[in-house]
Structures are given as C-alpha cells and as structure tokens.
Write a protein that binds this ligand. Sequence first.
Ligand SMILES: O=c1ccn([C@@H]2O[C@H](COP(=O)(O)OP(=O)(O)O[C@H]3O[C@H](CO)[C@@H](O)[C@H](O)[C@H]3O)[C@@H](O)[C@H]2O)c(=O)[nH]1
Ligand SMILES: [Mn+2]
Length: 712
Amino acid sequence: MLLTYEAMAEAAKFATVWVPFCRKHGIEPRGPESYFELKSHPYMGRSQEDFVNDRRRVRRDYDEFKARINGLENDIRQRSDAYNAARGLKDGEPRATWMADGTQWEGTWVEPSENHRKGDHAGIVLVLLNHPSHSRQLGPPASADNPLDLSMVDVRLPMLVYVSREKRPGHNHQKKAGAMNALTRCSAVLSNSPFILNLDCDHYINNSQALRAGICFMLGRDSDTVAFVQFPQRFEGVDPTDLYANHNRIFFDGTLRALDGMQGPIYVGTGCLFRRITLYGFDPPRINVGGPCFPSLGGMFAKTKYEKPGLELTTKAAVAKGKHGFLPMPKKSYGKSDAFADTIPMASHPSPFAAAAAVVAEEATIAEAVAVCAAAYEKKTGWGSDIGWVYGTVTEDVVTGYRMHIKGWRSRYCSIYPHAFIGTAPINLTERLFQVLRWSTGSLEIFFSRNNPLFGSTFLHPLQRVAYINITTYPFTAIFLIFYTTVPALSFVTGHFIVQRPTTMFYVYLAIVLGTLLILAVLEVKWAGVTVFEWFRNGQFWMTASCSAYLAAVCQVLVKVVFRRDISFKLTSKQPAGDEKKDPYADLYVVRWTWLMVTPIIIILVNIIGSAVAFAKVLDGEWTHWLKVAGGVFFNFWVLFHLYPFAKGILGRHGKTPVVVLVWWAFTFVITAVLYINIPHIHGPGGKHGGAIGKHGAAHHGKKFDGYYLWP
Ligand SMILES: O=c1ccn([C@@H]2O[C@H](COP(=O)(O)OP(=O)(O)O[C@H]3O[C@H](CO)[C@@H](O)[C@H](O)[C@H]3O)[C@@H](O)[C@H]2O)c(=O)[nH]1
Ligand SMILES: [Mn+2]
C-alpha cells in the first residue's frame, strides 16, 4: 500500500533526528511513542540544559511527524484526485493512485482496479535509506536549521527498504511463510547480512541492546552450531488480571527455557534471530546438541559426522566444486536468479564481515530484488519445503524451527530485561479463542505431515523429540478433558458411576498423578519465576481453550486429512481503533458469539446441574452419605473454577462486576435443586421417600453411596 510506503518514508526522515538523539543521550526505550509516554522523570542524571533543549526539539519534531502520518491518507487521496483531474479521466476509467513524485503507484490503489488491487499487483522494491558507510560518520555541529549538536555523534542509519512482493490471482502466496521467503531472497540481493531478525508487524524493539545480546549466542565460542536465537514474546495492552492468559508465562518462561537445556527452544514466529544459511538448508558444521542437562544423551549421535564441512568458499573442496557446487541443494532448488545464488556462498563464509563486499543498491540490483519477489519465483523450487520458511501449516514457525533441529542445529533462548521486543495480544475472548484455534490446528497439521516428529532424523535430541511430539499433539487433550469435565457431573444425575469402590491401586495412581502435577507446579512457579496467580490463570485458560479451540482443531484437521480440504484463517485482529483513553480494555468486554463457546457453556451447565442434583439428593434423603458426595461436588466446583474467566467473558459488560458470575451460577444451582426435589418423576418412582418401590430404584440405591469417584 502506498500509505505504508509513505509512512515509512516519513519514519526514515524522522529517524535522521531521532536516532542520533537516542545515541547522544542514551535514550531507552527507542520507540518514541513509548519513550515520550514514560511516567518517570526523564531528566534524572543527565547534563541538564543540552538534554532538555534537545528533548524539547525532538518532541516537537515527533508531534509533527505524527500529524503528518495521520494526514497521509487524506494527502494521498487529494493528490491522486488532482492528478486524475488533470488527466481528464472519463467515467468508468480506473482512477489511479499517485505517488508524490508524480508517478502512478504500482501497488494497490485506493480505488482498486486491475493490476492494482489486493492479491493482484506488481512487485515493488523501493530503497528508503541506502547502505551506511563502513566507518563512523559524525554529524554536524548545532546550527540554525539543525539545532541539535551532533558533532560527537555517529549519525549513520541502517538500510531501510520497502518491499511488496508480486501477487497474482491463481498463485498460492503462502501467507506469512511466503512473505518471509520473498523477503529473505530480496534482502540477500540487497544486503545479504549473515543474520536475520524476524519480528511480527505488531511488535517493536524495546531494548536497543537486544540484537547485541542475541548475536552473542551466534558468535561466541562453539556457537557456529546455533541456527537461531529465540527471545520470549512479551505483550503490552493486556488487562491487568490477564483474564485469558495472554502473557503465556508458563510457555515462554517455563517451556522455552527448559528446552534451552536440550537442543534449544522452538521457533515461535517472532522475536527470533536467524543465521541466514540455516534457512538455505545447510547442515551444521558439527553435531553437539547435548546441552547442559543431557550432554551424553544428545551427543551420542555422530558427534564427528561433519569434520568442518565445506561451508567456506575458500576451502579446496569448495573451490573444486565451484561457486554453486557446494550448495546443500541442487542450484535449481533455489530458483532462477543467478544473482541470488551468488549471494549464498558469501552468507556462509565463517567470518561474513571479512567477506562482505559493500553492496550498493543500484538499479540493476533493485531490478534483481524485484525479480526474486515474483509470484512465480518459487515454482518447481525447494522454497517452502527444504529451503526457507516451511509451507503447508498455519503455524509455519514451529515446523521451520523443527526442520533445523532435525539437521542437528541447536537454538538458544535469550531473555533479557528490559524486554527485548514487545507486541500486542488479543484480549477479546473470541479473538483469543480463534488465535488458539489457529495455533492448535497448525500443530496438528504438522503432526499429519511429512514433518511428524516421530519420524524426524536421529540428530534430534531424544528429549527434544518428545517435546516436539507434545507440541504437535497437544490439542488431542481436548478429548480426554471433555470426558473428565462432564462424566463425573453426569454421574450425579444418572446415578451410574464408573469407579464403584476405589481400590488401593486407584489411590496410588491418583497420588502419582497429583504428585507429578504438584512437582510441575512448584518447578514452574519457583524456577520459571511465574507467580501463583499467573499459574492459575494459565490453568484456567488451558481448560477453556482445550474444551473449545483444541476440540475444534481436532475436528478441523481430521476433516482436512480425510477429505483433503484446505483450512483458511484470518489474522489476529490488531488493537481496535476505539476510544483508548476512556477504557483501554474495552475490547475485553465485547461479546462476539462463536460456535467455539458452545462446549464450555455445556460443561458449565453440566457441572452446576450435577452438583445441584447431588445436593438435592442428599437434602431429599435419597443419598445419605453426604460426605462422600462432597468429594465429587468439589471436583465439579474445581471445573467451574477453571471456567470462571470464560463465564466472565461471555457475560460481556455485566462481567465487569466481580460477583455477577457467581450470582448466575448460584441461581442456576438453586433452581435445579428446587426443581429436582419438587418434580417427583425426575428421580424415578418413589425416590422422594427412600425409593423402596421399584426393583430398579432399589438396585441403584445401594451402589450410589460408594461411588461418587469418577477420576479414572
Ligand atoms: O499473510 C500473512 C499473515 C501474517 N503475516 C505476519 O504474521 C504475523 C503474525 O500474525 P498475527 O495475526 O499477529 O498472529 P499471532 O497469533 O499474534 O502470531 C503468532 O503466531 C503465529 C503462528 O500462528 C506466528 O507466525 C507469529 O509470529 C506469532 O506471533 C503478523 O504480524 C504479520 O507480520 C504476514 O506477513 N502475512
Ligand atoms: Mn500478533
């Protein structure tokens, strides 16, 4: 979109002031919006006058910059109208969108028309900021049109390029994975940096040292086997009590960190630093996937399989094979561009900086960059299967990292404070459920693909394989969970119990399961630094997601596997443009109905009704051993406790009042109990008076007292 391009152009212009200002005064965070919103006193410990003046000046520039951005949409429209009017367009002729320099925009037009609409437009590569020089470049001293004294500050800016890949109807553009692959080729031609940082569009850099921290894991001793460095995802804009566990603390601070002790964390799609050549399908120079916990276990495979592979162009073997001969895949799997293939040996040089000749973005280079973004570029190549981000699943991240791990590459986890990157998360229940539906569907898609971790190569650390099996099968927990959360409550209504009289084995089994859970909980809270409250939130949302989204994912993927139907998805909606000043969490209380909500609602009802019936049966004298019933009722309440955030969510604005959910639940409970007691035919003939009449009733009676246990 032209709007994106012009916004980037404005940002590039503002950066010439902002970046030197940040370097001069050590500003943190580097996002101007977050920086100017800081509550803490910004003057502390800084040489007063110079800083205050600079800050005031930059603040003004920033406000003007924001105003210009907000006006862009209008500017573009007016400018285009003027150009179109000057051209004397007739009715029905397409109304072009015009760039500021008086040329027609090659991408999507404000009024879409042929070749200029979403999914049907040319590829565009526009260089906003060119390569910086290799050496330091000091700025000018203060002057009339440049009030900041930058004579002691390096004013270089990194290269900045706008890329929009070609889109044509009838081509599968492979969503994000396809976008990343096009960008990878494009950047290879333009700059070919040996490392690639990947961030989602809803993320920003919050700690200017993040890149340096990540690179340490790539350049350190013995680090040449590290394929990528994954940072935990952190979010802002999440409601303070994190109703739907958007922060995902257990996953980021427990699971990912634990994986660091084996072969390394999985790739989660954003906040990840890649070694470029791993994306091209290269093998690691050595296999040393042991990690600190189980070195011998991981290292038992072919430790010396690769003695210094021919990664360097300069080795005799590589020279003998020729420039392209040493690629891990036949040259044609990389596509038609020779210019792109030529960049690969450079990127794989062990000391890339020594080898990198300064690339200059001139016309021929840019034409090549456009060519590698063509819609048909990947036809009959290895892109999306053996090279680059992997296609065929909506969670391209997990499978892309997996394919590196099975080659024997390692990955590292890098958590720093202040958080490296910050993104946004969907706080609306429906959005959140759909997000989890997408993740769980994607995971299952991997399980039912050629990338099933059961069959991955033996270079995969054994425990890492277990982790990958977990990551690709977890949605199946839905089936068991639905059973656990409904059958015990239903047993109260029907009077049939699965476990009639608990055996010793039953108790032993129960103790083992509970003990394991407890150990896990202690580990997670003590060692991952997750608070008990966050731990409960994670449990609560796990149950909500499992009985709704996971279940739907299982059904969806089974349909895909059996009927070969493709699954389509929409993006997680970004923060709504509502009145954020009034209530930043307004979206939390918006109720948007979806089928995903049906199962949790049924489970809530079943559990309330189950406990109410049990209660009524005791009151009624039908069951006399009420203490035994209490165990089962407690279990029902335990289920309800987990679904509390969900219940709050579906009540919308009413859910804002804390007790409202409980009032509803109590109401349902009482109504059910009263109905049960007063409508005799519900509980069978003669039930009210001890049920001595029918054979049927009596037969039940004896058993009921023993068996409220339902935990198989
Ligand atoms: O056609 C597409 C779709 C998505 N994206 C990018 O993908 C990102 C992730 O999409 P989002 O809607 O924000 O989904 P989330 O659920 O927040 O994403 C998480 O889960 C995804 C896997 O399902 C990963 O790809 C993401 O990196 C990870 O943050 C977006 O920011 C875009 O940058 C594209 O470039 N093209
Ligand atoms: Mn996102």
